[in-house]
Design a binder for this molecule. Sequence first.
Ligand code: SF4
Length: 347
Amino acid sequence: MNFSEILLQWYPFNKRELPWRNTNNPYFIWLSEIILQQTRVEQGLPYYLKFIQSFPKVADLANAKEDKVLKLWQGLGYYSRARNLHYSAKYILEYYDGIFPKTYSDILSLKGVGTYTAAAIASFSYGLPYAVVDGNVIRVLSRVFGIKTPSDTSLGRKEYQHVAQDLLNKKNAADNNQAIMEFGALQCTPKLPKCTSCPFISNCFAYQTRSIGALPVKCKKIRIRKRFLNYLLIQNGKAIILGKRNEGIWKGLYEFPFIEYANKKSEKAIISSAEWIEFFKNTHYKIESVSDEFIHKLSHQHIYAKFWTVNIQDFELKNHSFIKNYRIKDYPVSRLTDKFLKEYNIT
Ligand code: SF4
């Protein structure tokens, strides 16, 4: 048996039952694939169900308000995915009459869809012979075949794509793609792969050469940026100030204004800093409380945040407005802000 045949034999006995595997509706598959980017299946599943229930058709998503889409996405992170979904749904409605595109290149041209996602939608929905290459696929191929080209270089990406495409069973691309990803997720896992029950054990390069831990190879180390944010919950009676972000990873979400520092500072140093003094100039304010520190880790940045509750009588801030405290739960906010609001019972 060849590589694909072994996978296709392994798959039906080992696969998880997941709702997006029981459909070939390209819209549902697109939603699931975008939700599952950088998200675990267990975390993404309830979001998928919420989205298909709230927006059963592309047109429903296209016609929804951005705030509603982001609110539904709240807690999932990487909000550009939700904004791109919304943008592309509108595009499909306008240029394809609400019918999901049917060719690989048309699917690839949607905003937020890369080669992996286009191959997944094209093969799962239409059976088109395009091989998916994601982290699971790279791990399986590098270990079984001993590929040592760093996967995060353009040479590596090309090589993995080429090998995966070569190995793809073109007549059963959908199951073949599902099978290799599932195999990487369940059997050939990053740590402690289940080698003793693996159908590739006798031919697996990594197992035979005891190099499992060294494969796949990556050359770049992600540089993590540390950010120190001090959110300001500026209150005027029972109203609190809130603004909509128009840039960055949290674009489209609502947030309290904040002051950012490059280094960690004591509370005393913050209050006497030039940034703080400038922010509050010509106002009379009273600091009510300061929260504990919240640490929020993203792939490229670690955020250390404190939330300062400040009472002010007269205050105005560009692009911000006062809303009633109890209405804050209606606004889409970042997971970090949501965590703070829940822990401190602010509703
Ligand atoms: S033998 Fe181990 S390392 Fe090799 S493919 Fe199987 S699970 Fe992965």
